[in-house]
Design a protein around this ligand. Structure first.
Ligand code: CUA
Length: 325
């Protein structure tokens, strides 16, 4: 994968190219408002032109007649027209809300639950049923509603996948629920929709919508990922502990204790993720090495400190984390 394919450049679909029912509702509303707005704009542009043209001549109505006409234009254009326009949009919005899946309707349709926890510039992704925890990459099956439980550890982000619709905040000490569904396989990118600090633009969550079979393969793959074996990996494990990586990231393999608060992303299967640092770098050996050395160079404001490791220790650490040279 080339660097320009990391993050949003590789996103499929968008607000006007919806890949799911929730996004389609929003798209329909958008077009309705666009055509209504355009119609009103054209109407008034024509009226303005007509008015200016008539002013030039001498056939302008006077006195009572003019006052009566003025009142009609004010009432018609300033009261009746907005009421009609807003009512149409309001009715369409209500209809759209009726077509938008809710937590209850999703549960009835066999929804999958995903917990999304916001952190300062990254996302923790939990699959409670499977007992899988990962970060910055979210996989979901197509054709099945997904109930997202959104919360945050230390900052407010806004979760938004343009191609799938919806936008909802991740707020500490509060759970917001958003139901989304992907109808076709695709690779999307969730943008943070709320300014959250220096790296607000550097926290892209890769969202992969895939077939049930591919999703199960991915999920069980993460669940079964174990540490590489060999002398270098063993040394890497020592570095992981002695350099204090373990304090924020938890164990590099396996699931952290339920309820354990991680300050840094879970690293299980990290080497297989599409990007590094939540969309800032292509996930390669060299980039991972550079990122571990000085994360702030790529991600301003990041909590992770720089690490002054020897070349050998860094290489061993990367082997332990599953990278190939
Ligand atoms: Cu997270 Cu803006």
């Amino acid at each position: 994968m080339a660097l320009d394919e990391v993050g949003s450049a590789a996103a499929e679909g968008g607000v006007l190219d919806p890949h799911g029912p929730v996004a389609r509702v929003a798209e329909d509303l958008w077009w309705l408002m666009f055509w209504l707005g355009l119609a009103v704009f054209v109407l008034f542009a024509v009226l303005l032109a007509l008015g200016l043209w008539r002013r030039r001549g001498d056939d302008v109505p006077r006195d009572d007649e003019e006052a009566r006409l003025t009142r009609w234009w004010l009432v018609g254009g300033g009261v009746v027209l907005p009421i009609v326009g807003i009512s149409v949009v309001f009715a369409a919005t209500l209809a759209g809300m009726r077509d938008t899946p809710t937590e209850a309707s999703a549960a009835a349709d066999g929804a999958l639950e995903i917990e999304l926890v916001g952190h300062q510039f990254w996302y923790e992704v939990r699959y409670p049923e499977a007992g899988v925890v990962t970060a910055n990459e979210l996989h979901m099956p197509v054709g099945r509603p997904v109930v997202f439980r959104l919360t945050s550890r230390d900052v407010i982000h806004s979760f938004w996948v343009p191609a799938l619709g919806g936008k909802m905040d991740l707020i500490p000490e509060r759970e917001n629920v958003l139901v989304l569904q992907a109808d076709v396989p695709g690779r999307h990118v969730a943008r943070c929709g709320e300014f959250c600090g220096l790296s607000h633009a550097h926290m892209e969550l890769v969202v992969v919508a895939e077939s049930d079979a591919d999703f199960e393969t991915w999920l069980s793959g993460i669940g079964e990922t174990g540490a590489p074996t060999g002398d270098e990996a063993a040394r890497g494990e020592e570095v992981f502990a002695s350099a204090d990586c373990i304090r924020c990231h938890g164990p590099a393999y396996g699931v952290p204790d339920d309820g354990q608060e991680l300050a840094g992303p879970d690293l299980t299967a990290m080497a297989r993720r599409a990007s590094l640092g939540a969309g800032v770098l292509e996930n390669t050996w060299d980039n991972a090495a550079a990122f571990i050395r000085d994360p702030a160079e790529f991600k301003p404001g990041v909590d992770m400190p720089a690490n002054d490791l020897s070349d050998e220790d860094l290489a061993a650490l990367l082997v332990y984390l599953g990278y190939d040279r």
